[in-house]
Design a protein around this ligand. Sequence first.
Ligand code: CAA
Length: 256
Amino acid sequence: MYVDLQKDDGVALLTISRPEALNAMNVQLLEELNEAISRVERDNDVRVLVITGAGKAFVAGADIAHMGGFTPEQAKEWSELGQGILARLENVKKPVIAAVNGYALGGGTELAMACDIRVASDRAIFGQPEVKLGMIAGFGGTQRLPRLVGPGKAKEMLFTGDHYDAAAALAMGLVNEVVPAEELVGYCLDMAKKIASNGTEAVRLSKQAVNGGLDLPLKEALRLETALYSLVFSTHEPREGCSAFLEKREPKWTSS
Ligand code: CAA
């Protein structure tokens, strides 16, 4: 097993562990990741997912041993497999926080970018070194990176294949925060619990509004926001949230 999933108090912690290859993604690891996403999706007790890596890597990329002999057709299937799983993760109906503990190269940076929020340890290293291997990023890197950091910085990363430390990742907007390595997972779990204490549907629809709106012109995106704002009022959450505020008590989100 390369993927471990633990849950506690509304938060699931997914740890990727393939130490012999610095958590590089092979077919089995991708399948286990896909299955873990399905479990998180189905489990109503899980409100937020945190993803991290065991050891000195988050994920050191796609498995280089697997890719060298690809035919163009096999390369297409591999790219579609990885992209499909990362797109599922991006659109899972619960917030996902990447706790980037170490090397996040190639597919590792791409995995982090498919998460909603990225927090880096001060030991994290990012990069898209595919060109050093004579290939291009294939799990979304050429598309999510420019959307996050702008086309100039993205092209610099994709053309040079350089490594970028956590401070550089913070400066370019690739990560939200940098925290000391020993505090990383606790910091992300606390953030996850804070999110889990808010209205479940409200958080879910906030994610849907941002993700859906990014693909649309502003006028249409604002119509989407109105539709989702209206939709949240078909749940008990706005009544409960507003009553709790006015009555100076904590809200109870589960309808009983
Ligand atoms: N695939 C397969 N094996 C990998 C790997 C990868 N992406 N990254 C590391 N490993 C293996 C190494 O081969 C090594 O195995 P052995 O002990 O059997 O020799 C083991 O993990 C430890 O690695 P190193 O000895 O290299 O460790 P290091 O501390 O000296 O260096 C590193 C760490 C800088 C991360 C270095 O391992 C490295 O550069 N890795 C490759 C990173 C990379 O190029 N990633 C992009 C892959 S392409 C991709 O992801 C395409 C895509 O978009 C889909």
